[in-house]
Design a protein around this ligand. Structure first.
Ligand code: ZN
Ligand code: ZN
Length: 365
């Protein structure tokens, strides 16, 4: 059985245990994980004996190459909703259907929840995370894709750093990095590349701007690569144009120790909050707990932020097979910020840090 058809069988088991005849899958990452389809317009209806993917004419050729065995394409010429009603009418055993309540607009939900609508002949149930829960544990193929996405990101960063100089804008650095990501094989950018210099590095989600990098500035770069649909997510912090000062060295050392010990100790089976504490307790002991205002990490996969979470409020255990980020940071308003982020695979027999790019406070330019 292929990995993808195992996925379909696992989702069928979860439908059966929830008393559902069918699930309407509308999240594109969920559709990709389940069927292999990577296009931008589709819905999937999964029942115990059918898995139909509805899409439009633009993807008629693509589906022939992408769909996993056991998935039947339905090319709809009018609208995907017209196609959906026709498809459901051809499935007489389907009465109770779930929809993905986190992934459907109010306008679209009205098509089947309004009593007057065509969809009202079926009984609809909102469902949360039925597919996402199954996506948390990655199979060997998914880990291999993420591993390649990490390698591409590291190669691009290595080619970018020698070009960075004081006086360049953050956007110019982001441009070089994105060019190198493409050159190294990245299909795109899983999120907007963060390049933040000086005091702006204290903004954990700063966008690259037209601000010029000054000599002596911290430079925080947070970015990722995409390979075969899968993301990597890395952060390193540097100093530009001058040797780092004592404060920069001190703060960086705290973040590096928090990153290193959390990466070494994180394990599958640990609650998300206990994983978060691996880094947070150390930063707190160093008196900088207030300056670490976000959670320690998140799952990565087809999406850049997915389950599980490594956070103070995350009670669930981290599943074996998940790939998560470990990204402690310290942010001091008006001074700057340091973050070091790595990607870690929580294999059942231990954890492996997939990213290995130099974590020293390197001087650029
Ligand atoms: Zn990141
Ligand atoms: Zn991240």
């Amino acid at each position: 059985m292929s990995a993808a058809s195992t996925r379909i069988e696992r989702l069928r088991a979860s439908l059966a245990s929830s008393g559902l005849d069918a699930l309407l899958v509308s999240s594109l990452p969920n559709i990709r994980w389940l069927t292999g389809f990577s296009g931008s317009n589709a819905m999937v209806v999964l029942t115990q004996d059918d898995c139909a993917l509805l899409t439009d004419f633009r993807y008629a050729t693509q589906v022939k190459h992408e769909l996993t065995s056991g998935v039947r394409p339905v090319i709809e010429g009018a609208s995907i909703w017209t196609g959906l009603w026709a498809l459901l009418k051809s499935m007489p055993a389907v009465s109770v259907l779930a929809f993905e309540s986190a992934h459907i607009s109010h306008q679209d939900a009205a098509r089947f929840l309004d009593a007057a609508g065509e969809g009202s002949r079926w009984r609809w149930r909102p469902a949360l995370n039925l597919v996402e829960i199954l996506r948390e544990a990655k199979d060997a193929d998914e880990v291999a894709r993420i591993r390649t996405a990490v390698r591409i990101a590291e190669e691009a960063l290595a080619r970018t750093l020698p070009e960075v100089r004081a006086g360049m804008t953050e956007l110019a650095v982001a441009g070089i990095l994105e060019r190198e990501l493409r050159t190294a094989g990245s299909e795109g950018f899983p999120f907007e590349t963060i390049v933040a210099a000086g005091a702006r590095s204290a903004l954990p989600h700063a966008r690259a701007s037209t601000n010029a990098i000054a000599a002596g500035d911290l430079l925080l770069i947070d970015f990722g690569a995409l390979h075969a649909g899968y993301c990597s997510d890395l952060t390193r912090t540097f100093v530009v144009g001058r040797a780092p000062d004592a404060r920069q060295v001190e703060i960086h050392a705290v973040v590096r120790e928090a990153n290193g010990s959390a990466s070494a100790l994180v394990r599958a089976g640990m609650r998300g909050r206990d994983a978060d504490a691996l880094a947070r307790d150390y930063i707190q002991r160093r008196g900088m707990g207030e300056a670490f205002g976000h959670s320690l990490g998140h799952g990565i996969g087809l999406e850049i932020h997915e389950a599980p979470r490594l956070a103070k409020t995350a009670e669930s255990p981290l599943p074996a097979g998940a790939v998560v980020t470990i990204e402690p940071g310290i942010y001091l308003e008006g001074w700057g910020g340091v973050r070091i982020e790595d990607d870690v695979w929580l294999a059942s027999d231990g954890a492996e840090v997939l990213s290995c790019f130099d974590r020293d406070l390197l001087q650029l330019g």
